[in-house]
Design a protein around this ligand. Structure first.
Ligand SMILES: Cc1cc2nc3c(=O)[nH]c(=O)nc-3n(C[C@H](O)[C@H](O)[C@H](O)COP(=O)(O)O)c2cc1C
Length: 434
């Protein structure tokens, strides 16, 4: 019996990041067209992946947008709603912030999506990386406050989903009874952040909506352990992934949950080509213009160090780290950089090339389809992952290699389903045996 991997395909689109959008074959002009997303969705569904995924931010980086389209995106829930019409089985994971959203509106929106796609929507719960100025705040709330709000927001959403259960729908023509009002109830929530009476005016669809969480600080992990069916993780190496997975499973157990009900899915950044040399070239070409000052600024943000005068060939060591590193948007990403410095004593030049600094600190494979296959199989065999979220980079060819060669290879090896057994997102996630 083989436990399959749960694999999601990010539509971010990471394969246009860096300089990749400048390639002649990038199809950049189609970036905001539905057909652009549909073409990948069709391939991901043909490969029997668990879900399509769209991250989200609620602000525009006006400096970064001059050279790359990273932060200029469409509303993820609307894109996924449209994709629900051209797909039939694959899950659809949208991202919504608990810091800036409204629980009543989101509960209704997600249940609407759940009906329209017959059980294929999922919610990636984020406390957000920024955007406070668009929501009347001068500063991001503290990490503690964001997670207190996230917990209350999620509790309210779940209570609202329970307030109008699908069982309440009778729809008996002969008796003229549409719904059983006894099964519909208010939630009378009076909390620190929200006052919500309920019930929701949208009935719940029978299939449960999976909750995915992103953010791996201590508080983030505890929150995930209490509610998440899966965690979107930033795990640049296997030891980070294993530590996170072991820790989340332990925390879930301590809270009385079955640890196998919390799945750890790191982002996997793939630069694939026919040969390793070509893959390296693809990676280099994609990142050749990457602004060094932005990367140094990011390390400064994570560590509290001032590095503008630091020689490129001088190692940064644990002793160089200030005791208290300043304010960070994401403890998860800051901790990964600090951990890397403590572990490897890299020079500044070497540090600037690491995925923790260049990318989103995701697991990165630069090589052939076979290289990727072997690495995924090894991480799985070592108990580091329950699956991953695929974020191909560099080119459309790389997307194609990931979806039409790597995924079938994983399926042939019994690591990924070769046909859908279910038609709901939760069905895919809870399917444990091929
Ligand atoms: C892998 C990963 C993906 C994330 N994706 C998003 C996202 O799409 N949108 C967003 O606003 N925040 C995103 N975040 C930010 C988290 O929701 C969270 O706000 C941030 O990491 C701070 O929490 P922490 O201190 O627990 O890390 C992501 C974080 C991680 C680690």
């Amino acid at each position: 019996m083989t436990v399959p991997l749960h694999i999601g395909m990010s539509l971010a689109p990471t394969w246009l990041s860096g300089d990749a959008w400048r390639r002649n074959d990038s199809r950049i002009e189609e970036q905001y067209f539905l057909s652009f997303y549909q073409s990948i969705a069709a391939k991901a569904e043909a490969a029997h992946l668990d879900f399509l995924f769209l991250p989200d931010t609620l602000f525009l980086d006006t400096q970064a947008v001059q050279s790359g389209g990273g932060f200029a995106g469409l509303d993820p829930t609307l894109v996924l709603a449209a994709l629900g019409q051209s797909t039939s089985h694959i899950g659809l994971l949208t991202t919504a912030s608990t810091t800036f959203g409204n629980p009543y509106l989101l509960a209704r929106q997600l249940q609407t999506m759940n009906w329209l796609t017959q059980g294929r929507i999922g919610w990636n719960i984020v406390t957000a990386l920024g955007g406070q100025h668009n929501f009347g705040l001068d500063m991001m709330p503290s990490s503690d406050e964001r997670y207190r709000r996230a917990k209350e927001f999620t509790d309210v959403v779940q209570a609202l989903w329970g307030s109008f259960p699908s069982d309440a729908l009778i729809r008996d023509r002969a008796l003229g009874r549409f719904a059983d009002a006894e099964l519909i109830h208010g939630i009378h929530h009076h909390g620190e952040f929200y006052q919500v009476e309920g019930p929701l005016n949208t009935p719940s669809y029978p299939a449960q909506i999976p909750l995915i969480q992103a953010g791996a600080s201590h508080t983030g992990r505890q929150f995930a352990a209490s509610i998440a069916h899966a965690v979107f993780a930033a795990s640049p190496d296997m030891s980070v992934a294993r530590e996170l997975r072991d820790d989340l499973r332990r925390r879930a157990s301590a809270l009385g949950r079955d640890p196998s009900n919390i799945r750890v899915l790191p982002g996997l950044s793939l630069y694939l080509a026919a040969t390793r040399e070509e893959a390296k070239d693809l990676h280099m070409a994609t990142h050749k213009r990457l602004d060094i000052n932005r990367r140094i600024g990011f390390i400064e943000e994570c560590t509290g160090m001032v590095l503008t005068q630091w020689p490129m060939d001088k190692p940064i060591t644990e002793e160089d780290l200030p005791a208290n590193h300043g304010k960070v948007r994401s403890k998860t990403h800051a901790d990964l950089v600090v951990r890397l410095i403590k572990r490897e004593r890299l020079t500044l030049g070497a540090l600037l090339k690491r995925p923790e600094v260049i990318g989103s600190a995701h697991w990165q494979i630069i090589g052939t389809v076979d290289d990727a296959f072997n690495s995924i199989r090894s991480w799985h065999a070592h108990g580091a992952i329950d699956g991953f979220i695929c974020t191909p980079g560099g080119s459309w060819d790389c997307v194609d290699l990931a979806l039409t060669q790597l995924m079938p290879k994983l399926a042939d090896a019994g690591l990924l389903r070769s046909h859908y057994q279910h038609s709901t997102f939760m069905g895919h996630l809870t399917e444990s045996v091929v």
